[in-house]
Write a protein that binds this ligand. Sequence first.
Ligand code: ADP
Ligand code: MG
Length: 251
Amino acid sequence: MFLEFDRVTLRFSGLIALKDVSLSVDEGGVFAIIGPNGAGKSTMLNCISRIYTPQQGAIRFMGEDLLKVPPDRIKAHGIGRSFQNMELFAKMTVEDNLLVGGHCALHTNPFSEALGWFKARASEREARNRVQHVLESLGIATYSKHIAGSLPYGIQKKVDVGRALMGAPRLLLLDEPAAGLNDSETEELGNWICTVKQAMNTTVVMIEHDMSLVMSISDRIAVLDFGELIAVGTPGEIRQDDRVIRAYLGK
Ligand code: ADP
Ligand code: MG
């Protein structure tokens, strides 16, 4: 199994943010997590990226016990994420934002420090090539030398995802990528998530409130409500699920 939650429970003092959540995500698709505010969606991503550690249960990624992986090794394990509130380096160029984002993943060789100037130049060239490849796949290569903070919001969002892609993740986590985008930007986002998923050979787990986006690009959808998984299925199944309609879609 590619990614698996096995009876995961996470409490914040008195509050149960995730209650006995079990689900599995297949490789290669788009898996969406939906649910009302406070349902525990970001907490799920934060468990995968090891920001939070559940008190009970297991999370497995490509056969490995993810809870044994320290947070600073997550990127090296093939997991990249974007954040709900982007934290770009506003005064740096787009290219430099990606170089900083990719730093850990591109310097995994413990001997690289000792290999001298030529190696350093080679790895810098490799990193710049990677930046170019990522920017091209996002359709924003022309902004490479632009100052990130000066760009339209929709482009900055792509830069943020670009940073997550620098480490060539097998699993890309997106927390509300369409937040703040207008309808046409959201539609475009859906297109490039699918394109990037193919081009980068990655699996996407995405939290999203925009139901037209979720329904159009997801292979499977999980619905959380008050920390409980109330349904998992295809878009067609989720649309017709009475419990989902009551808890979320119908409101
Ligand atoms: P969602 O992303 O679905 O809106 P979250 O996963 O962010 O919801 O939060 C789930 C619940 O856990 C909420 O009640 C939230 O207030 C609580 N929560 C999240 N993070 C923390 C934290 N670090 N400390 C205490 N409570 C938290
Ligand atoms: Mg959230």
